[in-house]
Design a protein around this ligand. Structure first.
Ligand code: FES
Length: 102
């Protein structure tokens, strides 16, 4: 299982960051100090949601503006959509990401 570590200081509250783990793009978000990560693919047509915006805990895809809860990845509009979660742990100033094999 591909693993990556980031310095927690690299991602402040309100920020999102694209990283590549084991060849797979991942978007890492910090909402009020809570870190979540997802495969960086919109559920609609696969656009990188990291190229969109993160505002008030909502990720907005830049292409057709589908929106997702940045903590859970669940779709807000449309409701049935979802981003695929990536396992995150934070410890000793590090953010550890574990991406399932494709
Ligand atoms: S590709 Fe994201 S909303 Fe269409």
């Amino acid at each position: 299982m591909p693993v990556a570590e980031l310095d927690a200081d690299a991602l402040w509250p309100g920020e999102m960051l694209r990283v590549v783990v084991g060849g797979r793009p991942v978007v890492v978000v910090n909402v009020d100090g809570e870190v979540s990560a997802f495969l960086d693919r919109c559920a609609h047509l696969g656009q990188a949601v990291s190229e969109g915006t993160l505002c008030a805990g909502v990720i907005r895809c830049p292409v057709h503006e589908w929106t997702y809860d940045a903590r859970s990845g669940h779709g807000l509009n449309p409701r049935g959509a979802a981003l695929r979660a990536v396992a995150v742990t934070t410890c000793d100033g590090k953010i550890r990401l574990e991406v399932e094999d494709a």
